[in-house]
Design a protein around this ligand. Structure first.
Ligand code: ZN
Ligand code: ZN
Ligand code: ZN
Length: 732
């Protein structure tokens, strides 16, 4: 039996199932998964096999069951046998999981010995990946090592019929970790008077309008009540986060439904034990301060991910902002002394505990069917990558960094690490790779990296010794990632719309010549200037929509740079085109976070407008989208006073139409029927939906990323897929 079947209570489950069917035999872990033998009445054996995968424990993911018939040994008893193999396990660590229903019932039961105990867990739930220090997975190799089990907990741990049999993080108020509420000097907080526990005290502080740093499963989060403008604005100012939306945490599904509109799939995601942030359309009457997500038609919502969060939300009785515990652009804090120091200027109180976090992970983020950030709750679940027989490492991109290790047909994509240009993030990235190499016993022989020589991930790859290197073009990696996660190898047409990406080598998205400097990433108005230049507007004045944001002097200065061609490398990036249109519409002249202009342009779309601007597809040796006519039409519409919502919608329409036409041309040339849509620009709902519709209408099959992000978080897996498929290697 293969899949995630170790450290998830699988052997005791098999034990109970075998006893239930009155079968004899044994079960044990081995290097590839779980092996077992049963014997008894043929009908009972059949029922056992039928139930085995179907009724598996919640954290298990059974991918393959193989069985064969053996001679009977006359075995009546069933036993759990220690692993015999000394090889490393293939799936030793499960992702962290939210409290199960049975644990929640105990948490709320005044007669239970774990009533209001913030670290309650069992084999079906609790921390896993974030507390693991090494393999094999047992308590001594987790951050629970320092807590000795009390007699009651030990009895549960040793009883195969107990829900906590071999639950490594098992704990109770007698023997386990404890929570405390501190003020910013590290002293016990005033709210935690005698008779009040830490969660209740933190809830009181939150209700009083304070900002509380909460130690979650993967790191610190910052919380404040979401209905109070003063608290939310204070958090924004202290965190130096101007307008990037804050995520919200609500007590349950009903509270979530009062804030956002959820389809059945989104509801399942929200409720899943992974507990991601789910970004969904906000309800008009959502009772949260405007400063939570200024000007956004969507809100990011999540349910409590730990018993501590459950207590906090129940006690506070209001929706909370729950955002990552960092100053903007830094990685989240996860060590206690460091957190107290780094977050002292942001948080008024600290809800801490003494169970260390081994690996820092951010909250995962989903939008509709897409994973935008794959981290807590999703990592380190493995993904099948059949071609990857030999051990390999893929180093990813740079901005939304992840790494990927693979061998024996499986790949493990690391958690979201972030922007490697931050020193602390780079350190975390290196440590993460080493940790995964140990956990999954992968000693890479091949190392894949981006073609971009300046990426810090590329520099890391080239540091590795005694390996073969495989350089993978960025957009090729996006395409390969999507194909490989669907178990396909192509060929397919790839429409990869991205913010960055070195070299466009004749793939469908050649785009058109865009001109802009490095600074254009932060200041979309520069792209607008460059586009107007391309249209022949040599010495124009600042457009009305940008008049408040850009002075004539700066406008002219960039115009001069563009004309001279200095500091203006060619780029074929779709992201930059979105930036230019957003700037022309006056939506955003400068951005505060990556992808902001494109997201706000999407948000501005009038949903009833189905028109589209011209966007010619040049069917030459390389298929090009010539966006000059599009930009000209945008400028003309705006000059005639068209609403921004109309312009934004027509621009998205143009892109969808043109993409479908370009893909149809490419598919026709190559005799292909499949199109992959990926890249950062497809994180947004409107481009993805409208383009998919057009392609489907044109009779093409559309593949989009499902388990991995369409943004650069998916790059490492794509590089791994290319390297595994035998991409050209080099050694020096
Ligand atoms: Zn549980
Ligand atoms: Zn105990
Ligand atoms: Zn990319």
């Amino acid at each position: 039996m293969q899949g995630t079947v170790q450290g998830v209570g699988f052997r005791p489950y098999v034990y109970r199932l075998a006893r239930d069917e009155q079968l004899g035999g044994w079960v044990r872990n081995d290097e590839r998964g779980v092996v077992l033998e049963v014997e008894g009445a043929p009908a009972a054996v059949e029922r056992f096999l039928d139930r085995l995968a179907r009724e598996a424990p919640p954290l298990a993911a059974v991918e393959r069951v193989r069985s064969r018939t053996l001679a009977c040994l006359g075995e009546r008893e069933f036993a759990i046998v220690e692993s015999s193999g000394d090889g490393p396990a293939a799936a030793p660590v499960a992702p962290d999981a939210a409290p199960c229903a049975a644990c929640l019932a105990e948490l709320r039961d005044p007669d239970d010995r774990r009533f209001r105990y913030p670290f309650i867990n069992c084999t079906d739930c609790g921390p896993r990946f974030t507390i693991v220090r090494g393999v094999p997975y047992d308590r001594a190799r987790t951050t629970m090592a320092a807590f000795a089990l009390c007699a009651a907990c030990r009895a549960e741990y040793e009883d195969p019929l107990d829900r906590r049999f071999h639950a490594e993080p098992n704990a109770c108020p007698e023997c386990g970790p404890r929570a405390r509420l501190l003020d910013r000097d590290g002293a016990p907080a005033a709210e935690q008077a005698a008779g009040t526990d830490a969660a209740a005290a933190a809830a009181a502080a939150l209700l009083a309008g304070l900002v509380v740093a909460v130690k979650g499963v993967g790191g610190y989060q910052l919380a404040c009540r979401a209905d109070g403008a003063a608290a939310v604005l204070a958090l924004r100012a202290r965190k130096h986060r101007e307008d990037k939306p804050f995520a919200l945490m609500v007590a349950g599904l009903d509270a979530a439904l009062a804030l956002v509109e959820l389809g059945p799939e989104e509801e399942r995601s929200l409720h899943g034990r992974e507990r991601p942030i789910v970004i969904a359309r906000r309800r008009r009457d959502a009772a949260v301060a405007e400063a939570v997500a200024p000007g956004k038609p969507e809100l990011g919502v999540m349910l409590p991910s730990t018993p501590l969060h459950h207590l906090l939300l129940a006690d506070a009785g209001v929706t909370l902002v729950m955002t990552s515990g960092n100053l903007s652009d830094e990685p989240i804090a996860f060590e206690d002394t460091e957190a107290l120091k780094r977050l002292a200027s942001i948080a008024d109180r600290f809800l801490v505990h003494d169970r260390p976090i081994e690996t820092r992970v951010d909250d995962s983020v989903l939008r509709g069917p897409l994973v935008l950030r794959r981290s807590r709750g999703l990592v380190p679940a493995s993904i099948e990558l059949r071609a990857a027989e030999r051990p390999l490492l893929a180093c990813g991109a740079e901005l939304k960094s992840t790494f990927c290790l693979a061998k024996g047909g499986r790949a493990w994509v690391g958690h979201h690490v972030g922007d490697l240009k931050n020193w602390e993030t780079l350190r975390s990235y290196r440590a993460g790779i080493e940790h995964f190499e140990r956990l999954f016993a992968v000693a890479p022989e091949r190392v894949a990296h981006d073609l971009h020589p300046d990426y810090l991930s590329t520099a890391y790859a080239l540091e590795r010794e005694h390996v073969e290197w495989v350089a993978v073009q960025h957009h090729h990696a996006h395409l390969a990632a999507c194909l490989a996660e669907h178990g396909e190898s192509g060929p397919a047409v790839g429409a990869i719309y991205d913010g960055a990406g070195l070299g466009s080598d004749g793939t469908v998205w050649g785009g058109e010549l865009l001109v802009g400097g490095v600074a254009a990433v932060r200041e979309p108005w520069r792209m607008a200037r460059a586009w107007l230049h391309a249209l022949g507007d040599q010495d124009g004045a600042v457009p009305a929509a940008l008049a408040g944001a850009v002075t004539q002097v700066r406008w002219d200065a960039v115009g001069a740079l563009v004309r001279s061609g200095t500091a203006a490398p060619q780029t074929t990036s779709a992201g930059r085109l979105f930036d230019a249109i957003a700037a022309l519409c006056g939506i955003r002249a400068a951005i505060n976070y990556e992808g902001q202009a494109a997201a706000e342009l999407e948000a501005a779309c009038d949903p009833d407008e189905r028109g589209a601007y011209p966007l010619p597809v040049l069917d030459a040796a390389v298929i090009l989208l010539d966006a000059r006519a599009t930009v000209a039409a945008v400028v003309e519409d705006l000059a005639q006073g068209a609403a921004v919502g109309t312009v934004a919608a027509r621009f998205h329409g143009a892109l969808a139409d043109a993409t479908a036409r370009a893909c149809a041309v490419a598919a026709g040339r190559g005799g292909l029927d499949t199109v992959v849509l990926s890249g950062g620009a497809f994180q947004n709902r409107v481009p993805l939906e409208r383009t998919s519709e057009q392609l489907t209408a044109a009779g093409l099959r559309v593949l989009v990323p499902r388990r991995l992000p369409p943004n650069d978080g998916g790059i490492a897996f794509g590089q791994a897929a290319v390297a595994a498929a035998g991409g050209a290697a080099s050694t020096t």
